[in-house]
Write a protein that binds this ligand. Sequence first.
Ligand code: HDD
Length: 695
Amino acid sequence: MYVDEKSKDQQLSRDRSEPTGNFLTTDQGIRVEHTDDSLKIGARGPTLLEDFHFREKITRFDHERIPERVVHARGAGAHGYFQVYESQAKYTRAKFLQDPAKKTPVFVRFSTVAGSRGSADTVRDVRGFAVKFYTEEGNWDLVGNNIPVFFIQDGIKFPDIIHAAKAEPHHEIPQAATAHDSFWDFVSLVPETMHMVMWTMSDRAIPRSFRMMQGFGVHTFRFIDEKNTARFVKFHWKPLLGTHSLVWDEAQKLSGKDPDFHRRDLYEAIEQGDFPEYELGIQILEEADAQKLGVDLLDATKLIPEEVVPVQPVGKLTLNRNPTNFFAETEQVAFCVANIVPGIDFTDDPLMQARLFSYLDTQLTRLGGPNFAEIPINRPVAPVHNNQQDGFGRHTSNVGRANYFPNSLGGGCPFLASQKQGGYVHHPEQVSGQKLRERSASFNDHYSQAALFFRSLSAPEQEHLIDACRFELGKVETKAIQERVLEHFAKIDALLVSAVAEGLGLPAPKATPVTPKGPPASKALSMEAMKQAMPPSIKTRKIGVLVADGVDADELMAVRKELEAQGALVKVIAKRLGTVKAANGKDVPVDKSALTTDSIEYDGVFIPGGAASVATLKKDGKARHFVQEAYLHCKTVGAAKDAEELLKACEIDPAAPGIVAGSKAGAGTAFATAFSQALAKHRHWDRKDNDRVPA
Ligand code: HDD
């Protein structure tokens, strides 16, 4: 069958209801003449039960809510397509991975894990990265996270880790945070969590944007080629904009000032044509080589360092369309790890095996029964014919009397497909053993890769991780839990344990750090190292420009032009909306009033010259706070020559890293170039004195 980028949208369009140019009707299609008053006996009399419009309207409202996802309740989705760079026939027979001309439609949902549907986007948490590929051979769901490993090794412990991480049951506090006793109690008792704890305490857990985070399939899967040869495969998504994070103070403030920060960022980027792109990469391992790795591929708490097995680029995911309705698409989308297509297969990873059951099961409650695959967003574009039937909310209507297999009354239809005809054939893996509840000894090393991760981070990243542990454990009320966690940290790294212990005011246990077996460090684990390896770019970065009456409009325009030419987004901020009067008498349009925006929403700040404008900003506490906060968060601050006065008022040294001061950088294009180069560094962690600046 023919599938292209538009196939899913065309299918969805059949179910879209377009209000423009249409009458208001009831669910039965009866046109409504009046919807503001219920049907009564006399204008002041009782409402009549007969009022079908009133009853229907209220009933439908009463039943609008469905249960939120038990985990990953908060999320945002987008449509797009996936395209391979070249045929992957050497590894897999999956049809959508064969032809570089083919665009396979996808729906992606990003999410946080612990918080409820209404929680804030920027909390410290793992992010979900779930992709539904609507392939010509059926749906394949790659339900991953932005962290390549998981907390636990066997899915039977999933309810335990999730109960411990979510709000505590007696008072349902705290919301969307692991900074509480029960989470740390659990991890202190389950050392297999340590590797992922390192990741969640790192800057990975506070991404700048869904557009700027990696994704991972986490488990080891199998690719099966045309000759039925199986190879192990791990999936990676790499954002083309690079992997970037917020800082913790910023993330916390955003939770209040703009709880929809990530959702808004994704939506707006797509609306303005800045389509998020991610490269799919694979790590391929021959089955015969798996033993030599030193880690068990079935253990989801371990990764394969890219230095050991390189990531091969395979294709690109582009997100180019927002959902038309959040509930219909983003809320009702049902990802199932068990949705798989020929050419891809599972492994015996006990975490994955549990997931193969859980995802379908959970939809039965969340989406009200077994017919959720017929909800438009979940429907494959591949044809569906089988003898499954009935149940709540059945949409399609099977034709004929033969609803069983085999049959002769229906001419034997629907009939079976051989492997050649695209029938799914499970990989005939050889397995034998005793039936027992046991963990393989090969899963035992819980500290090596935690240490590998910590040691691979740059000094500022390590510092952030330590601060995060101090914050989270500092909120733990039970001293014994803090002490138990420190015992684990002592096995990971000496700096880690001493610095966290110091922050908690506890004696550090003697450090006995493990020696990682593989490479001593892996560049791919550090966001800073990855940043260095990428060409500098300020694409889609947001710059706030502070202005008041008397601003130098020419300078503003020159810098704006240069930044926009490089793909940055520039917003002019003044005390009030409307316009400000520039020094040359022209009106400069204002994009945002200072009342409604803050530095935490921007990646950098620019203060153009103009003596009167700078004098006004200097006196304005909110403007000073804007600059100081950006400085504190290690963002680039550009101050044209006149505007250096404002830096002084903010107690900021114009020679500090990432401060582009006009008297040094020059004016016009020279300034704009210096400013954009500083912006392309994203953060200036080497600001030693930023604690001194108030914000
Ligand atoms: Fe899960 C949702 C990712 C382990 C059970 N999971 C869910 C979502 C993502 C992940 C991204 C949200 C999908 C969406 O946007 O709708 N989960 C993971 C990853 C895991 C993982 C990467 C480890 C490698 N999950 C995991 C285990 C279990 C579950 C071990 C159960 C045994 N996950 C669920 C669930 C959810 C879910 C309860 C809640 C909503 C849903 O499935 O559709 O079934």
